[in-house]
Design a protein around this ligand. Structure first.
Ligand code: IMP
Length: 430
């Protein structure tokens, strides 16, 4: 029995979908515990590609239970659309294998409108959000004017809460942003439709997770985004509004903290970032363009081109330290094939001093200069076809070993292509 979390160590987009899908094989339950449909987890099985935003990436294993915990913010329309799309493709999704926390907060139309309005007005202060209403929904949760999925069961209560929230939201929408107000009846029509379809999925998800743990099942906790987007520990304010770090498993899924047994850190073999904010190893040259093109680095959720750069071990080290990561799952190693030289930032230089951590001050972080170690490249084809660790080219092994040494974790898995079969598993995870 193991309760295992998979956490993004960078700025998200490390390839969680594939790795969660793969490890779900050995799990009984797969749980999302934070974030919302700002996430985009891609799974490739044969000729089929699935892009999931809310439904846990274990869903293709139909006998597993997938859970959306209370720490997730749920746009019901997106969730229902995702369920319908999966069912239309022959994937079994029903209240038997998908359970949703009654305590999860609802993303309402005014959250999206506020997210977009703020971003378009912000000019210099733009965060580059996904525009999905994530921040405003978490704000309402914290300021205690949010609505929870369980509130849909009592539409009179839902109406009174929505009316209270709308008083303030419409002042902002109309008064500050010059947008038409959102009508209560519009919200209630949506709510009635959501209640009809979602009620069977709602449950006490925390208890479900606790029971699985008490019964010594294997539970996989699927992180979304990455540690540098963590609202406490990331590059604030260029972060998301939840905690992608491992600490959030306890809160967002309802698992007692001591029951989390292991944390796997997902590391893309290079770095990418969407949205604004400093990025010390960013490559604004042909190499960066090549990585973007070969790695198809365009947002699964928004389609935006991702900024690309060399692997930053300082960033990964921060995640290892914060989350107690023991094993790394390195993804997209194949994307680097063909580059003559590879680099890893093992430290930064700030005002002539060498530092091994990400500075809290954004100003300082914008000024750091990466201290690189250089590595020989490896040829295209040598990596994507490697069936086991031994057949990886020597140069690739050196690169991976240097990463592990620099961050203080061990290699657990290496992904060398999008297919399930293009994975080298070095350790037993469950
Ligand atoms: P929000 O989560 O939509 O509020 O966006 C805040 C920041 O997090 C923006 O820079 C987004 O691009 C980034 N972000 C949110 N979700 C993801 C993700 O799943 N992958 C990568 N970046 C993300």
């Amino acid at each position: 029995m193991t309760n295992l979390a998979i956490i993004g160590t960078q700025w998200g987009d490390e390839g969680k979908g594939k790795v969660v899908d793969l490890l779900a094989e050995g799990a009984d339950m797969v749980v999302r515990f934070q974030g919302g449909n700002n996430a985009g987890h891609t799974l490739v099985v044969g000729d089929e590609t699935y892009a999931l935003h809310l439904v846990p990436s274990g869903i293709l294993h139909e006998e597993k239970t997938c859970v959306i915990g209370s720490g997730v913010v749920v746009d019901p329309a997106v969730l229902l659309g995702e369920i319908d799309a999966l069912v239309a493709r022959g994937v079994r999704v029903s209240p038997e294998n998908l359970r949703v926390s009654e305590k999860a907060h609802v993303i309402l139309p005014y959250h999206k409108l506020l997210d977009e309005a703020r971003e378009s007005r912000a000019k210099d202060g733009k965060i580059g959000t996904t525009g999905r209403g994530i921040g405003p929904a978490y704000e309402d949760k914290a300021s205690r004017c949010g609505l929870r999925l369980g509130d849909l069961r009592d539409l009179d209560y839902f109406r009174s809460r929505a009316a209270g929230a709308l008083d303030e939201k419409n002042c902002l929408l109309a008064g500050l942003y010059g947008l038409p107000p959102v009508g209560l009846e519009q919200i209630m029509t949506l709510a009635a439709g959501w209640r009809e379809r979602l009620a069977p999925y709602l449950c006490d998800a925390a208890r479900l997770v606790q029971r699985a743990s008490e019964e010594k099942k294997n539970v996989l906790f699927e992180g979304a985004q990455g540690v540098q987007l963590d609202i406490d520990h990331g590059t604030y304010p260029y972060v998301t509004s939840s905690n992608p770090g491992a600490g959030a498993v306890a809160v967002g899924a309802g698992l007692p903290p001591r029951e989390l047994h292991a944390v796997v850190g997902l590391v893309k073999a290079y770095t990418s970032r969407v949205g604004e904010g400093p990025f010390p190893t960013e490559l604004s040259d042909r190499t960066g363009e090549t990585i973007r093109a070969v790695g198809r680095e365009y947002g699964t959720t928004t389609g935006r081109p991702r900024r690309c750069g060399w692997l930053d071990a300082v960033v990964v080290r921060a995640a290892v330290r914060l989350c107690g990561i023991g094993l790394l799952a390195v993804t997209k190693l194949d994307v680097l094939a063909g580059l003559p030289e590879l680099k890893i930032a093992v430290a930064y230089e700030l005002d002539g001093r060498r530092i091994d951590h990400v500075p809290a001050s954004l100003k300082d972080f914008s000024r750091v200069r990466p201290v690189y170690e250089s590595f020989e490249g490896f040829a295209a084809g040598e990596v994507a076809g490697a069936g086991d660790y031994r057949s990886l080219p020597k140069a690739a092994k050196k690169y991976l070993a240097a990463l592990c040494r620099s961050v203080g974790a061990e290699e657990g898995l290496v992904s060398v292509g999008p297919e399930r079969s293009q994975t080298i598993v070095l350790r037993k995870f469950f």
